[in-house]
Design a protein around this ligand. Structure first.
Ligand SMILES: *Cc1c(COP(=O)(O)O)cnc(C)c1O
Length: 345
């Protein structure tokens, strides 16, 4: 049978109500890409779970198929979310698919171009608020408590159910859980979902390395961050909704949550791209964490099976790259000029 999306594939493992009406864009089923050069460097078997290949370019589609499917089945007409960008694009796409109205709240001026464009293209009503993601989430919670509008942020339990499927897929491909799972942590829904997924699937448990950006690292600092700052906009969150569960996942798995600098994140982004995988900055945090821990001698990768979760596609945030590079050279339209500029073959 051809692939029919996550609810069809893994629905039996997901705690979704009977009224759920499957709305799918054939999300999930993303590749676990072996990384031979990085594997050699660390003396391990390293894989990238490339979530940027989901329908709207991030892992958010896993949870969104579940949340929108439940909301439609319940008779919701309008959904709302706060977003640093990817949740907005995903909610907009699945709402469009289901024929629902979608409203998304984003922090003013802080959303990467490819994400904003996605949300608009799929027809969501996009509203910028003069505040942070955390402020936007507070507003969204209030309006969904007072009106019939359905909330599709990851405090919606069905988002977590859907996102568990990434852990199932990894186990299905490897035949067992990896030794380590490295991933970025923002609002902490994803780390919560992976841990729940691995526990449920019973193919072994990885140690979990959760990675925050140094300017937005409430779980490392032990307190909320009032004004989170990082170029990794998808994890620019100062008050993670599922912070407790993230800390639990790290502790139970005998792993940890650490912070890395923006420079380390951008360096990891370049390393991944140099092996053919272009991800948005936040998505490189998992690898940045692995590199930082190894350099400190705090992490022995040798002989291990390691999965680095790359949460979103590089195309989401193109200006990070183009701003940092020289504009491509312009030459006259002739052969000699071309040979001259490339300096020979
Ligand atoms: C949402 C998102 C994250 C953070 O995931 P949380 O579940 O909020 O911790 C990381 N990277 C990308 C690309 C995202 O879209």
């Amino acid at each position: 049978m051809t692939y029919q999306g996550l609810i069809q594939r893994y629905g039996q493992y997901l705690d979704l109500p009977a009224h759920t009406k499957n709305i799918s864009l054939l999300e999930g089923n993303t590749p676990l890409i072996p990384m031979p050069r990085l594997s050699k460097e660390f003396g391990c078997e390293l894989f990238v779970k490339f979530e940027g290949l989901n329908p709207t370019g991030s892992f958010k589609d896993r949870g969104m198929t579940a949340a929108i499917s439940e909301a439609v089945g319940r008779g919701a007409k309008t959904v709302i979310c706060a977003s640093t960008g990817n949740t907005a694009a995903s909610a907009a796409a699945y709402a469009a698919r289901a024929g629902l109205r979608a409203i998304v709240l984003i922090p003013e001026g802080k959303v990467a171009a490819g994400k904003l464009a996605g949300a608009i293209a799929y027809g969501a009503e996009v509203i910028q608020i003069q505040g942070s993601f955390d402020d936007a989430l507070t507003l969204v919670v209030e309006i969904t408590q007072k009106t019939p509008i359905a909330l599709v942020n990851s405090i919606n339990p069905y988002r977590i159910e859907g996102q568990k499927t990434a852990a199932f897929e990894i186990c299905d491909v490897l035949g067992e859980a990896p030794d380590w799972l490295c991933l970025p942590v923002g609002n902490a829904g994803n780390i919560t979902s992976y841990w729940a997924g691995f526990k449920q699937y019973q193919k072994g448990l990885p140690q979990v390395l959760g990675v925050q950006a140094a300017g937005a690292a409430p779980l490392v600092l032990g307190h909320p961050v009032e004004k989170p700052e990082t170029i990794a906009t998808a994890i620019r969150i100062g008050k993670p909704a599922r912070g407790e569960q993230a800390l639990e996942a790290a502790q139970e798995s005998n792993g940890r949550i650490i912070a890395v600098s923006d420079e380390e994140i951008l360096s990891a982004q370049r390393i991944l791209a140099s092996e053919g995988v272009w991800v948005e900055p936040a998505s490189a945090a998992g690898l940045a964490g692995l590199i930082a821990e190894s350099a400190k001698g705090a992490f022995d990768a040798r002989g291990k099976k390691i999965v680095v979760v790359c949460t979103g596609h590089g195309l989401k945030d193109p200006s990070i790259i183009t701003d940092a590079f020289q504009f491509p050279k312009i030459i006259p339209m002739n052969y000699d000029a071309l040979l001259d500029v490339i300096g020979g073959a």
